[in-house]
Design a protein around this ligand. Structure first.
Ligand code: NAP
Length: 258
């Protein structure tokens, strides 16, 4: 069995479901000790128990990524207990679908708080820990950080922010001589609770139109699986990506090709 993350300590946020859960499992399969965090404590316990039962190493923490003090104390605790933090996947994210005319300021701010401010605080805390031991930071953006979608104005904005913030952070680390790589991952449409809930929250004609458009426009003719994104994160976390920083890894079945 290959062990591409042997002796690595990895933190994955929003890991109680979907892409974060799949990434945690994949990292553990490759030898990492995974710190699984999410707001949902039961989900954290379930994922940690599953990884442990499969022979992997995992530890769980309840975390709201919008909590600034929580970020610092979490990373301090990981370094104190495990000696280092080598990989951070800033995965936690929310989508509150609405177009520019219907979006409320409260929802807009909620989306930016989780999707942008959470990623910023995660990077800041991780860089402090990784400066000496080196590391890989992976920020989960979206194809919606690259192309527009009329019904997700706040989400589009947040994911575009994550894309360019990643490049700024990568340049900063390189300029300082820190051995830290920072890259973004841009999933297309991946079958998780987020997509299911997003579709369910739209008027039926809008969700139907979107599903039909996806069938037509995804060149590989299917939505992705969380594992498709987990494998991309694994690559960026591993030494195989040692010459990559500030890059954007698009995993979308070809959706953004045209
Ligand atoms: P998901 O199934 O909804 O899982 C997201 C997880 O993040 C949930 O467990 C959620 O907990 C947690 N979370 C939400 N707010 C949080 C917070 N403030 N602090 C900590 N955890 C929080 O979503 P997913 O589809 O796996 O998406 C994961 C990431 O991929 C997100 O950044 C998303 O924007 C991005 N992405 C997804 C797709 C897609 O098609 N699925 C496409 C492009 C990008 P609760 O369930 O308790 O809220």
């Amino acid at each position: 069995m290959s062990q591409r993350l042997e002796n690595k300590i990895a933190l994955v946020t929003g890991a109680g479901a979907g892409i974060g859960e799949a990434t945690s499992r994949r990292f553990a399969e490759e030898g990492a000790t995974v710190i699984v965090t999410d707001m949902d404590g039961d989900a954290v316990e379930r994922v940690v128990a599953d990884i442990t039962a499969a022979g992997g190493r995992a530890d769980g923490r309840v975390q709201d990524v919008t909590d600034e003090q929580g970020w610092d104390s979490l990373v301090d605790a990981i370094v104190a207990e495990y000696g280092a933090l080598h990989v951070l996947v800033n995965n936690a994210g929310i989508a509150l679908p609405a177009n520019v005319e219907d979006a409320t300021l409260a929802d807009w701010r909620k989306v930016q708080a989780v999707n942008v401010e959470g990623v910023f605080m995660g990077c800041r805390a991780a860089i402090r820990a990784m400066k000496s031991c080196g590391g890989s930071i992976i920020n989960i953006s979206s194809i919606e950080g690259i192309v527009g979608e009329p019904n997700t104005a706040a989400y589009n904005t947040s994911k575009g922010g994550v894309r360019i913030f990643t490049k700024s952070t990568a340049l900063h680390c390189a300029k300082q001589g820190y051995p830290i790589r920072v890259n973004s991952v841009h999933p297309g449409f991946i079958l998780t609770a987020m997509v299911e809930q997003g579709l369910a929250s739209m008027p039926e004609d809008v969700s139907q139109e979107m599903l039909e458009r996806l069938d037509r426009e995804i060149p590989l003719q299917r939505m992705g699986e969380p594992l498709d994104i987990a494998n991309g994160c694994l690559f960026l976390a591993s030494e195989e990506a040692k010459y990559m920083t500030g890059s954007e890894l698009i995993i979308d079945g070809g959706y953004t090709c045209h």
